[in-house]
Design a protein around this ligand. Structure first.
Ligand SMILES: Cc1cc2nc3c(=O)[nH]c(=O)nc-3n(C[C@H](O)[C@H](O)[C@H](O)COP(=O)(O)OP(=O)(O)OC[C@H]3O[C@@H](n4cnc5c(N)ncnc54)[C@H](O)[C@@H]3O)c2cc1C
Length: 152
């Protein structure tokens, strides 16, 4: 639905992303296994989680039942493998009061001329990363870059 050329390239077909919350402890037992060779137990866990997620999809979109050709499940171990993470996270530091109390998580560093940007200087996700860019631009330009956006 986001890609205007999709319908002409793949008429009558579509894709859907489903995201769910989980816990690292469920995947920790497989942390030392290799991608695509994590074993039958792990595959069973993935099958179970896939079924649970699809169950939620069918609850809200019953018209999709029986019409899915292919599914793939990424787990925290996928993020470890593909993003180089250690505990399966992909959305920044935990959003706790302690994290927002860390005054050092900003654009400025102790290294002259080195500025930080991205989600960890603002907040999680794509919109957090965008705001991280605004914070870094403000630091580099020494003015409030958010005002530029407001008038753009
Ligand atoms: C599968 C998946 C789905 C997601 N879905 C959503 C969603 O629906 N909504 C949402 O808000 N967020 C989502 N996110 C999270 C979102 O992608 C991140 O929050 C966001 O990309 C963080 O932006 P960033 O600029 O801080 O870091 P990144 O996008 O991770 O950018 C960091 C960049 O630095 C580069 N880099 C790393 N190390 C080095 C190095 N040593 N030298 C040079 N370059 C380096 C990396 O290659 C990368 O390009 C999703 C993430 C994943 C993995």
């Amino acid at each position: 639905m986001k890609d205007p050329s999709w319908e002409s390239r793949y008429p009558g077909r579509t894709t859907i992303d489903i995201a769910g919350l989980t816990t690292w402890s469920l995947f920790e037992p497989y942390a030392d296994s290799a991608w695509m060779r994590r074993g039958a137990d792990y595959e069973r866990l993935k099958d179970r989680l896939t079924g649970e997620l699809l169950g939620q999809v069918f609850r809200f979109c019953p018209q999709l039942e029986g019409r899915i050709d292919h599914t793939e499940l990424a787990t925290p171990l996928s993020f470890n493998h593909f993003l180089g993470r250690e505990r399966g996270d992909f959305m920044s530091l935990a959003h706790t009061p302690q994290r927002f109390a860390l005054r050092d998580l900003g654009a400025h560093t102790h290294v002259p001329g080195l500025l930080l940007t991205g989600q960890d200087v603002a907040s999680a996700g794509v919109s957090g990363a965008i705001m991280g860019g605004v914070v870094a631009a403000s630091a580099a330009l020494e003015r409030d870059a958010l005002e530029d956006l407001a008038t753009a």
